[in-house]
Write a protein that binds this ligand. Structure first.
Ligand code: DAH
Length: 338
């Protein structure tokens, strides 16, 4: 039944309903605000009232409903903030706070860290160079002939391209090898260093390739450095990174800045994938032209160099099959590498 007296009576009840505990607040909600509560009942009554009374009843009803909702919301937020600030008998303010969630280092950083540690133990120092390079350091000093395909816009991001004088070109470095040149200009041999860093290639983005990735370059120049030294260094390195039972092979290859040149493959098989050869690095004996470009006498000094891709190694170690996952920064992915 909805008449004015009834609405006033409910209004009074609402104002005096106890609201000091979760239970009383819930009983308030059930009594007044739920689908079968008094307020719904009143509304149905208004529909049945004589038409001339309906407008006034409607107005009073709306106020009542507003009041009930406001009381409910207010009581609920008061009780939850009170709970948050209340110190209970079991809280000991002298205890250290609960630990904050910690992040983890990126799988690429983890791999890079391991690579650095291995070479550190082999007596290598660490050097770095700029990601924006000139033509001399990225190509010319490394014995790239003028018509080499890497000097093409298709493969390289040019920041400045001079049609007449290529020595004015600026590129995003396509490999870390230019750091060899910078290092030898600064420091005369003996030199033994690795040079980690980011490199760029003008490639379409797929599961297997990305427009940027990371390399670790290595350089050792001294008197009497031989191909045997290179082989020993690479095998020791790979054994530390992939385990002693590692199966590897070393194949002849070609790079403008080394002669002879080689590539190293490792046999990679996991529970989920049949075994296959995977190339992990390129290497070779530093080409005499490279030494000459930095005023190091190739009659006195010899050296070896190598360069490896950090993404490739990381993807095989962690069984990641899409390179793009390494750059998405998706927390669900990253949390898998504590
Ligand atoms: N710079 C080469 C590349 O990006 C990798 C490389 C091969 C580096 C042989 C070297 C080397 O130092 O000796 O593919």
């Amino acid at each position: 039944m909805a008449d004015i007296r009834n609405i006033y009576k409910v209004k009074e009840e609402i104002s005096s309903h106890p609201m000091d505990s979760n239970e009383s607040i819930e009983s308030f909600r059930l009594t007044y605000l739920s689908r079968k509560g008094i307020i719904t009942e009143l509304l149905a009554g208004i529909g049945k009232a004589p038409p001339e009374e309906r407008a006034r009843l409607g107005k009073e009803f709306n106020e009542l409903k507003k009041l009930a909702k406001a009381r409910y919301e207010e009581a609920k937020s008061a009780i939850s903030s009170e709970k948050a600030s209340r110190v209970t008998a079991t809280d000991d303010p002298t205890l250290p706070p609960p630990p904050l969630p910690t992040g983890s280092s990126h799988p690429l950083s983890q791999t890079l860290e391991e690579i650095k540690n291995i070479f550190y133990r082999l007596g290598f120092t660490i050097a770095d160079g700029p990601e924006l390079e000139d033509d001399f350091h990225n190509f010319t000093a490394l014995n790239f002939p003028p018509e080499h395909p890497a000097r093409d816009m298709q493969d390289t991001f040019f920041i400045r391209k001079d049609e007449l004088d290529p020595s004015l070109d600026l590129v995003l470095r396509t490999h870390t090898s230019p750091v060899q040149i910078r290092l030898m200009k600064e420091q005369k041999p003996p030199v033994r260093a690795i040079m980690p860093g980011r490199v760029y290639r003008n490639e379409s983005i797929t599961a297997k390739s990305y427009c940027l990735f990371h390399q670790v370059e290595g350089l050792y120049v001294d008197t009497n450095v031989s191909l045997a030294d290179l082989k020993h260094t690479l095998i020791t390195f790979a054994g530390h990174l992939f385990g002693k039972d590692l199966k590897y092979r070393i194949r002849p290859s070609f790079f403008p800045f080394t002669e002879p040149s080689l590539e190293m493959d490792i046999w990679w098989e996991t529970n989920n994938r049949p075994g296959q050869w995977m190339e992990i690095l390129g290497a070779g004996m530093v080409h005499p032209n490279v030494l000459k470009a930095v005023d190091v006498d190739p009659e006195t000094w010899t050296g070896f160099a190598f360069g490896m891709g950090v993404e490739r190694i990381t993807m095989s170690r962690y069984e990641i099959d899409d390179i793009r996952l390494l750059y998405d920064n998706d927390i669900r992915f990253l949390h898998q590498f504590p």
